[in-house]
Design a binder for this molecule. Sequence first.
Ligand SMILES: N[C@@H](CCC(=O)N[C@@H](CS)C(=O)NCC(=O)O)C(=O)O
Length: 219
Amino acid sequence: MITIHHLNNSRSQRVLWLLEELGVPYEVKRYERQTSMQAPPALKAVHPLGKSPILTEGDLTIAETGAIVTYILETHGDDRLVPERGSRDYWNYQHFLHYAEGSAMPPLFLKLILSRMPKEAPFFARPILKAAVKAVDARLLDAQIATHLDHWARSLAPTGWFAGPEFSAADVMMSFPIEAAGSRIGFGPRAQLSAFLARIHARPAYRAALARGGPYAYA
Ligand SMILES: N[C@@H](CCC(=O)N[C@@H](CS)C(=O)NCC(=O)O)C(=O)O
């Protein structure tokens, strides 16, 4: 039986959703964030990185969402939620599978961390930090994030999904950056992105995964 080591209100929610889409039985072991938002030390006993999600099955332990998604699809997927191997849609699928965590999340995460810094600093340091954060946003992050949002909107335009005419695991992987960007930054005029969120949030498997995973800020 697959066990997902699930941190509350986290990107681990995607893995529960994938398992619900496939109808694969699984157990959820829940971990609660500390007040610092960090994962509790107990997760380090499961995998040395101590981040969620982590999948365990038998004596196998896998960290990193993309690797977990690939494992689930290859061992329990029966060729579902993956475009035909070698097709153009398949390579788009591979792109988004890796891109979601490798390229889309880092600037969003950096923006979140920087935005918190002035609030958490001693009051006399806040104006300097605010100015520094504004400069990093203006010189680096805002333009990079806009490029990513445009890429998502353009990719969704033909079919409403990321890898061809059918819903796939690429859509599951991309849900988290889109949910994070939607709640922290907004989509501007890119209607494809809010339509994508409405579509995935209405899926019965998405809702079933929420019931298993507990409160989730983005749904
Ligand atoms: N790229 C990794 C990121 C893992 C990650 O940062 N997980 C977050 C959950 S959203 C976490 O465990 N945060 C708590 C911490 O960093 O202590 C993946 O997709 O698995």
